[in-house]
Design a protein around this ligand. Structure first.
Ligand code: ATP
Ligand code: MG
Ligand code: MG
Ligand code: MG
Length: 478
């Protein structure tokens, strides 16, 4: 099954169960004081959960473009280093707004995975919330009982608050959840260790695919939980992970979501992707094909790279991609922009914004590449000078203030400074550099006078709007 067919099957299934199919909301949120990006499918529906707005339909399904690079859900450090966390990914979701609840949500998910997609039942595990005494939350016995009618009890695992109580951010709608994990290991590997032990354990072939959240609470700014006016279902399934499972692959990057992009990077760089986890070149290729998606979709939704807020996050993601390809793929000229056409061809039919804005996206990326590559070249000259001075002073450690200045004022990545210094037998003052970073974080935190607000109905209380940057001002991307 191609990824296009997999996506369509999901939407068709929920349509056949009475769900209204809606388009993805933009990846960048423009009217939300507590969140910069859509980090899950539910963000566009939160006012429905909170009772501020009447749902357009009691049952809805879609695929949502998500970005997890800041705030509570930040996967950036894993991207490229593992095979199943992305910055931008699609979250397939179905919702019930005060309509069906746990029993039906569980039955739908099970039928879709095992009967429509044909995933063998013996490859699946499910988790349920074990409860949490400190918050007076009970074990989710209802979910357990409903699962029992589909799956043997030894495959139902208790999960803690970290994994099985879903929260969108520091505040907002939340509730216990029940997740489905798939075991994609070979029979030989399975014989060695039970999949039960590998669920939620960072195993690249035993991965979480679907989260069924039972929305019952609102986390308030003072951290207390209040009951929502009604009970809702909010589910999210990682599209790229589902494709991995259905296409018989062991990495998201081996599915047809990524292979056309990887082929283009191979063609342009002359480097071959071998899929090795620790290989620097392979990490760089995964980073590049991941980041180009995040940046392209953000720009197509109208968020240009800039020096503040969401635009700054996008700029830093793009620079991270440029920096990896400069260092590990030897790409000294702009080339990322050439990937946009590939992405457009592949995703354009489903996401018209990419189709429409492709030309602009490529132009913006090219000009960012031009200027950041100049920054890198200029920075290299400064680093070289600094190294000469340090050697002339009979020192072996580059002073932290200068390394930080290169990073902060000239935008030169500190990891590049580190590598070049090491090549000359020098190191950088890591402790001092960390301290400079901390100082800067404190400065920016103070600047934005961090506050977290309860969810508010912006239409009726516009005065409570505090800007996009408030709860995510600690975002730091290398
Ligand atoms: P994980 O534990 O693997 O980090 P999660 O519990 O943080 O995932 P949820 O918030 O439950 O993820 O999101 C619902 C689904 O979205 C997950 O079950 C997973 O399939 C998918 N997903 C979450 N984060 C990512 C990501 N960074 N890249 C790709 N898919 C993701
Ligand atoms: Mg996660
Ligand atoms: Mg999880
Ligand atoms: Mg989860």
């Amino acid at each position: 099954m191609t990824s296009q067919e997999i996506r369509q099957k999901f939407l068709d299934y929920f349509k056949s169960k009475g769900h209204l199919i809606v388009p993805s909301a933009p990846i960048v949120l423009k009217d939300d004081p507590t969140l910069m990006f859509s980090n899950s499918g539910m963000t566009q529906f939160k006012d429905f959960f909170l009772g501020y707005k009447t749902p357009t339909a009691p049952r809805i399904a879609d695929t949502q473009k998500c970005l997890r690079v800041s705030g509570k859900h930040n996967d950036l450090d894993d991207v490229g280093r593992d095979t199943y966390h992305h910055t931008m990914f699609e979250m397939l979701g179905n919702w019930s707004f005060g309509d069906y609840f746990k029993k039906e949500a569980i039955a739908f998910a099970w039928e879709l995975l095992t009967e429509v997609y044909g995933i063998p039942k013996e490859n699946l595990y499910v988790t349920i919330f074990e409860g949490d005494a400190s918050e007076n939350l009970d074990r989710d016995q209802d979910a357990y009982d409903f699962w029992k009618s589909h799956i043997s009890e030894d495959r139902i695992i208790n999960g803690n608050k970290k994994d099985n109580f879903w929260e969108m951010g520091e505040s907002g709608p939340c509730g216990p959840c029940s997740e489905i994990h798939v075991d994609l290991r070979t029979p030989e590997e399975k014989a060695k260790v039970s999949g039960l032990e590998l669920v939620n354990n960072d195993h690249p072939q035993v991965v979480e695919v679907w989260n069924l959240v039972f929305m019952e609470f609102n986390r308030k700014a003072d951290k207390s939980l209040e009951k929502l006016p009604a009970q809702h279902v909010d589910t999210g399934m990682g599209f790229e992970r589902l494709c991995m499972a259905l296409q018989g692959k062991s990495s998201n990057y081996d599915t047809d979501v990524f292979t056309p992009l990887i082929a283009k990077v191979e063609e342009l760089s002359g480097k071959k992707y071998t899929g090795i986890l620790e290989d620097e070149k392979d990490i760089a290729i995964r980073v590049v094909v991941d980041h180009i998606r995040a940046v392209s979709f953000a720009i197509a939704d109208g968020q240009l790279p800039s020096n503040g807020g969401a635009g700054y996050v996008i700029r830093r993601i793009l620079r991270r991609g440029i920096s990896y390809s400069y260092r590990f793929l030897g790409m000294k000229e702009p080339f990322l922009y050439k990937l946009v056409a590939v992405l457009q061809e592949q995703m354009g039919p489903f996401f018209p914004e990419l189709e429409k804005q492709g030309k602009l996206v490529a132009e913006v990326i090219k000009s960012e590449e031009d200027s950041f590559l100049k920054t890198i070249e200029n920075g290299l000259i400064r680093v070289e000078k600094l190294i000469q001075q340090t050697i002339a002073n009979n020192q072996k450690v580059l002073p932290s203030e200068e390394v930080f200045e290169l990073y902060d004022t000239y935008g030169f990545p500190d990891d590049l400074t580190r590598i070049i210094a090491e090549e000359k037998g020098l190191t950088i003052d890591e402790e001092g550099f960390k301290a400079e970073m901390e100082k800067q974080k404190l400065r920016s935190k103070a600047d934005s006078a961090q506050k977290v607000y309860d969810w508010v109905n912006l239409e009726s209380k516009p005065e409570t709007f505090v800007g996009y940057d408030q709860t995510e001002s600690e975002t730091y991307i290398t």
